[in-house]
Design a protein around this ligand. Sequence first.
Ligand code: AMP
Length: 556
Amino acid sequence: MNLFESMGLRSEILEAIQEIGFEKPTPIQEKTVPFLLESDQDMVALAQTGTGKTAAFGLPIIQQIDHTVNSPQALILSPTRELALQIAADLNQFSKNLSKLNVAVLYGGSDIRKQIKDLEKGAQVVVGTPGRTFDLIRRKKLKVQGIKWLVLDEADEMLSMGFKDDLDGILEDTPKEKQTLLFSATMPKEIVTIANKYMTDPHEISVGKKNIGADNVEHHYYLVHAKDRYVALKRIADINPNIYGIIFCRTRAETKDVADKLMKDGYNADALHGDLSQAQRDHVMSRFRTGHLQMLVATDVAARGLDVNDLTHVINYNLPDDPEVYIHRSGRTGRAGKRGISITLIHMREKGKLKDVERKIGKQFAKVAVPSGKEICEKQLFNLIDKMEKVEVNNEQIEPFLPVIYKKLAWLDREELIKHFVSVEFNRFLQYYENAEDINVDETFERESQRGERSNKRGREDRMRGDRGRGRGGNYNYSRFFFSLGKKNGVSKRTIIDLINQNMPGKSVEIGSIEVLKGFSFFEVDQRYEKELTKAFKNARYKGQRVGIELANKKK
Ligand code: AMP
């Protein structure tokens, strides 16, 4: 007997959940299902999205619905249309072996007449967003005086979306004798107020595990300068050719911007945000759900209710201010026993914020280096080869073309032929990454510079990239200069970078390696600036002291 079987659920329901593939109850189901089957006490459950809440309240409610009565017995309120539809679909699945359950789904932005018809057909369960539900109650089309169960799903989201008045209105209209079940990921004051006002001595449940997939999620961060965020995102996408994930952005404008850039750069991506019409949102979501879209760039609000189980990645384009938001986002991957990766792009000043999130999730982030061009090319190449090996060859269809093809390619031997085929797909990457810079932030350098002089920071950062770029496959020819001052004059690497900045205003000169010795130093700069720099340093001074530079030996 598995755990579901020991909970007192009917065999028809057990069969249905077995067919769906639920093998054992999630922690919240373990606590909620037996309780709701036996008790009519109110209940408050602290539970995140993805914990299996729908079955937790859905299974016991379905079991207890009176199928002979064709009027609303359960009212389930959810913050978004998508979540409402998902809940209704789940309830239909759970009850598929029972006599037909009438479920009506009510949400705004859609034809109200159709929803009224669904209600008139004798809906036993009503799932709705608060606004439309209250509207239909006021129009006297939805009668909630006979309900036995009221479920407030994602109550905190409903409040933060401004549904407080609608909720109050609906709750006032429901009968006193009913069982109210409130699910919320967080317990702000307003939720406690609602619980106190509308619930009687609620039984409290909290699921320690934030998410059924939480253990399967790895948390990674990439440290980059803010201006390199997009480049880093592209590299992450390129090093994961089979990525299937959501990229969370802070604003609609950023969402649009990132999605537009990705599409322009040839990625299979699209945007989901509040500026889209409902039809456009539906279209994007359906392409994403069916796997036709690999990357969905979305705001938190727009992605609510989008329930996809096998995401490989969640990418936080920025670290969210509220750790709870991070938990919600990362809980969208690593579900249903699969592994998932939650990636966050941060800059130096956000490291403290990252610690807050770590404390909250009880896990540490792993720092991952933004992959180099070479690493990406390697990955893409092997992915391509792998795809080629696994491709299903339709012999019958291809047969008639082969003689001509063989003839045309007869001049190429096996090795050449492979090279040509691979290059068709692969040249794009080779070209793009040919001169790829290292965009990882050098933490030691950044810490030093945060402590010390802050002048001309931007220029330093740009130039430092040159320094590292060279070491990691950047593409600069450098000239090596002798510099007349050294450590004993108080000179550091940063002094030299600042002096170059000051004396070459408005120029972004790439700087290579810098060596500061006791009485003098050496530095490298992009060869193209050799003459200009020599001239610019003619009258250069450091702390009032004249400095001299002179070309050492040229170096490629
Ligand atoms: P929910 O929190 O209800 O949105 O559920 C999150 C996801 O977990 C949904 O895709 C469910 O299908 C899935 N799920 C719920 N309960 C179980 C279970 N007992 N075993 C495996 N998957 C589950």
